[in-house]
Design a protein around this ligand. Structure first.
Ligand SMILES: Nc1nc2c(ncn2[C@@H]2O[C@H](COP(=O)(O)OP(=O)(O)O)[C@@H](O)[C@H]2O)c(=O)[nH]1
Ligand SMILES: [Mg+2]
Length: 329
């Protein structure tokens, strides 16, 4: 499936999947259970509203998440005190899979928590979201339930940047825009249609997740995206268009480290999957050859867009050789 074709066929609207009554009916009919995994590190201000939103429909008898796992990284801001007020399983990340020794960041925590997941579908979500709605999780569940051909679904949302006195609607997600998307376009152009390739809100069948390696740290999300694509194909993946997601911004030096993790992750996967073979950049007879096109998924005024920019990279020969050739000619 071509990227442009995928973008049209596999980009869904969140609201089409968020009806909790319909979801709980489908779950019952198909006898499918759902685990939600929430990695936490000092999210005392946001974890309460998130757990409230996730549990909201339980009172109406339509439970969507049968198991909620909080996997925590030594939070010291009261995160766990808040979480204990809810019907969730809480694990300090270091207590899971202890035979693997030290825990290396978010991806490692998510992987360890997966060892406790017993749902047929497993969904992950970040917990520093300030404007969390149940749809962020339910739409992923809904997509996997209503579209059995989809085995991996990922959220796509605008990420505004909140500056001192203003908000730049698409100004957030700097590592995504400056590191992840250009690298994905270079090494795995098939995945360029994902507007938020690093989104922490995604889900898959447990069998897919149990069969896929997890990279540690911040490389986890892009690593899974790539490995699921290589193993199961683009047609089994989807993105779900949601409203803007607001989370806390990290400072530039933290983002630089994060960008390095993403770079390492994509390069490692490229090497592993045999994509890192760069050839000399001589002019191609086909002006739309993949290496010249930068496909960029983002948001326009009326929703998701996929734009194609021609970014040519040619290699001119050493002048000595070019001039020698000219003399010969
Ligand atoms: N358990 C655990 N959670 C983490 C770790 N690092 C980040 N998180 C959580 O993972 C989510 C995303 O992390 P964050 O640092 O905000 O990354 P960003 O949103 O991609 O900039 C947040 O909910 C964090 O609380 C970690 O090392 N262990
Ligand atoms: Mg965050």
């Amino acid at each position: 499936m071509l990227t442009e074709e995928w973008f049209v066929a596999r980009s869904f609207k969140g609201e089409d999947f968020c009806d909790s009554r319909e979801l709980s009916r489908l779950k019952r009919e198909r006898d499918v259970s759902v685990t939600l995994i929430l990695p936490t590190r000092n999210v005392g201000k946001t974890i309460g509203p998130i757990l409230d939103a996730v549990a909201r429909h339980e009172q109406c008898g339509s439970r969507i998440c049968d198991q909620v796992i909080v996997v925590d990284s030594s939070s010291d801001d009261g995160t766990l005190a808040v979480a204990r007020g809810y019907e969730v399983e809480i694990y300090p990340e270091g207590e899971l899979m202890p035979e693997f020794g030290q825990v290396y960041g978010k991806g490692d925590a998510m992987w360890r928590a997966l060892s406790k997941a017993h749902g047929d579908l497993v969904v992950f979500a970040d917990t520093d979201t300030c404007n969390f709605t149940d749809c962020l999780v339910y739409s992923v569940v809904g997509c996997l339930l209503k579209r059995p051909e989809i085995r991996f679904a990922k959220a796509a949302y605008r990420r505004p940047f909140h500056a001192a006195h203003s908000v730049i609607p698409n100004g957030g997600g700097r590592v995504t825009e400056l590191m992840a998307k250009p690298l994905i376009s270079a090494f795995f152009p098939e995945l360029s249609g994902f507007a938020q390739p690093l989104a922490g809100e995604f889900g898959a069948t447990r069998s897919v997740l149990w069969s896929t390696p997890f990279l540690t740290g911040y490389a986890v999300d892009v690593g899974l995206l790539i490995d699921v694509f290589v193993e199961y194909g683009l047609a089994s993946m989807a993105q779900i268009e949601l409203d803007a997601r607001v989370n806390r911004h990290q400072d530039l030096s933290a983002l630089s480290r994060m960008a390095y993790s993403i770079l390492r992750g994509i390069v490692a996967r490229s090497q592993f999957h045999g994509r890192a073979t760069w050839t000399r950049q001589t002019p191609s007879p086909d002006p739309l050859a993949p290496m010249s096109a930068y496909l960029h998924a983002g948001f326009g005024p009326s929703g998701l867009t996929l734009d194609r920019f021609e970014e040519f990279l040619f290699e001119r020969p050493p002048m000595r050789l070019a001039l020698a050739d000219r003399t010969k000619a």
